[in-house]
Design a protein around this ligand. Sequence first.
Ligand SMILES: [Zn+2]
Length: 232
Amino acid sequence: MDAGTGTPAHVEGVAAALDGASLTRVVVTHNHSDHASGAPHLAGRFSTPSFAKMPWPEKDARYAVAWQELGDGDGIAAGDTTLRVVHTPGHAPDHICLWHEETRTLFSGDLALAHTTVVIPASAHGDMAAYLDSLERVLALNPSQMLPAHGPVIEEPVMLLRAYLRHRRAREFEILQRLGREAATLAALTAAIYPGLPEALLPSAADGLLAHLIKLERDGRARRDEDVWMAG
Ligand SMILES: [Zn+2]
């Protein structure tokens, strides 16, 4: 699952893990470069694996493999069992998880990470409302474990998903409170909400806040005048 970045170490790591078995299919959770850009490298190293993902046409064209289209609810044969595609947009519009019903295991891509939150990049098609819906959808599956694309296994996914939802709702509440007191630019809001954050991390923090603001704008609870945000 996921094509990685195609560095020689990664491609040979895949070969070692296969231990002589053939690579027949690569499922990509979403088209961010750390998940998808390795596809042509894998295609060059192994004989004719197929590559499958939910379409994001303008991005998928960057990586020259024949993408097979996956859709929500599709079954994917894996050994003697089947994985089910769960469309979970928000972090990226084409993001999918794979659900193994028998073990209640979710291969969760970048939906959630064990020890930190996930960036919802407003400037790169991130969508906070869609992300919250995706978290709720996965929570309703009542998974027993989640296997994210980065970092350790999530052993208590229900607890983590609930904490993620609480965190996002608290952030939304904090933004609304601040805008209720005074209008602010995104930069001012970012500085107020993340005091002391290293400068290098500010753009990504601001992008995440922008995702919240756009959701609140759609909900009719915030609005903007040029680059100044205010309560709606
Ligand atoms: Zn990603």
